[in-house]
Design a protein around this ligand. Structure first.
Ligand SMILES: NC(=O)c1ccc[n+]([C@@H]2O[C@H](COP(=O)([O-])OP(=O)(O)OC[C@H]3O[C@@H](n4cnc5c(N)ncnc54)[C@H](O)[C@@H]3O)[C@@H](O)[C@H]2O)c1
Length: 305
């Protein structure tokens, strides 16, 4: 009797269903009708793009959303290269998940090339690139004291968040293009970029951050079109308020996080990094998700302040 993974429980141990049995309430079909479950009807679905036995590059993988994603993809069988500035945390997490660490500044071409080369050198086809590296910045276009926004900090945020994301995407996709297709559609890989709801409705003082995140949204459709010829899909996630070290660990951090999360519609709390990792995995494994910008925010809509 053939068994195949139907859906994952997110912890790397897929639930099993018999291809022609009645397990899971999918009804029986004769053995000769056994084929891809997702082709057999609306209720049948099995993951498409396979993570097991592939490699993945995750920028910002040493903390927060990137770390959670690294753990989820490793649990699904991917060999993960954590590409991050933070050497101590990066190495520690890489060791824990059986991955590798590459000290990487996403804004630097040679540095990103080295991280992608490390993934290629694993010998497993590079199928996934997730950009989570990012920095925040708060300053108004013209400050209360009348001074214009500092140009260097604006350029820095654009360099890391926007140019860094482009840098990872272009270099990783070029490596994916050199792999054999993974399926009959000619699919070779998936790029997931991390924007923010601030890229859609930036608040007062978020001019630099919102510009960088809006740029990531703007790249989504043209990147998916450019990369379609090599069989690479591109999706962008816009998180709302997710509980990560980006909000700091000062005495006031809990209070300020509670204030930020108050307008969340439901569930009434911050998002969890593991929930982000789960979404990344879903977008990778669902072959028809492409060129999409997905809010991941518990329904929050940012007010001006
Ligand atoms: N946490 C949230 O609520 C939230 C909301 C919206 C968007 N985001 C975005 O999600 C991404 C991840 O955020 P997080 O909350 O996990 O933050 P985080 O601070 O926990 O992690 C960011 C990681 O990026 C790394 N990094 C920073 N600059 C880098 C560079 N130049 N090169 C390589 N690595 C670099 C850091 O070392 C760190 O490990 C960011 O792009 C952030 O803007 C987060």
């Amino acid at each position: 009797m053939i068994t195949r993974p139907l859906v994952s429980n997110g912890a790397g141990s897929p639930a099993q269903v018999t291809a022609h049995g009645s397990s899971g309430g999918f009804g029986g079909r004769p053995p000769e009708a056994a084929g891809p479950l997702w082709a057999a009807g609306p209720a049948r679905y099995a993951p498409g793009m396979e993570l097991n036995g592939t490699s993945a590059v995750i920028s910002g993988g040493a903390s927060g959303l990137g770390e959670a994603t690294a753990r989820v993809l490793a649990a699904a069988g991917a060999t993960v290269v954590i590409a991050d500035l933070n050497e101590i945390r990066g190495k520690q997490i890489a060791d824990e998940i059986g991955g590798q660490f590459a000290r990487t500044d996403v804004a630097d071409e040679a540095s990103v090339q080295a991280a992608v080369d490390l993934a290629v050198a694993t010998g497993e086809p590079l199928r996934t690139a997730v950009s989570c590296a990012g920095i925040g910045w708060a300053s108004r276009t013209v400050g209360r004291d009348g001074t214009p926004h500092d140009l260097a900090s604006y350029q820095k945020v654009i360099a890391v968040n926007l140019i860094g994301t482009f840098n990872v995407m272009r270099i990783a996709a070029a490596a994916m293009a050199r792999t054999e297709p993974a399926d009959e559609d000619g699919q070779r890989g998936v790029v997931i970029n991390t924007s923010s709801v601030a890229g859609i409705e930036g608040q007062t003082g978020q001019i630099a951050y919102s510009a960088s995140k809006g740029g990531i949204i703007g790249m989504t459709v043209p990147a998916a079109r450019d990369l379609s010829v090599i069989g690479v899909r591109v999706n962008t996630i816009c998180p709302g308020i997710i509980d990560t070290p980006i909000y700091g660990n000062s005495e006031n951090a809990e209070e300020s996080k509670a204030r930020l999360a108050a307008p969340v519609v439901f569930p009434k709390r911050m998002g969890r990094p593991g929930e982000f990792g789960h979404l990344v995995r879903s977008l990778i494994e669902n072959d028809y998700m492409n060129a999409e910008v997905i809010r991941f925010d518990g329904g929050i809509r940012f007010q001006p302040k």
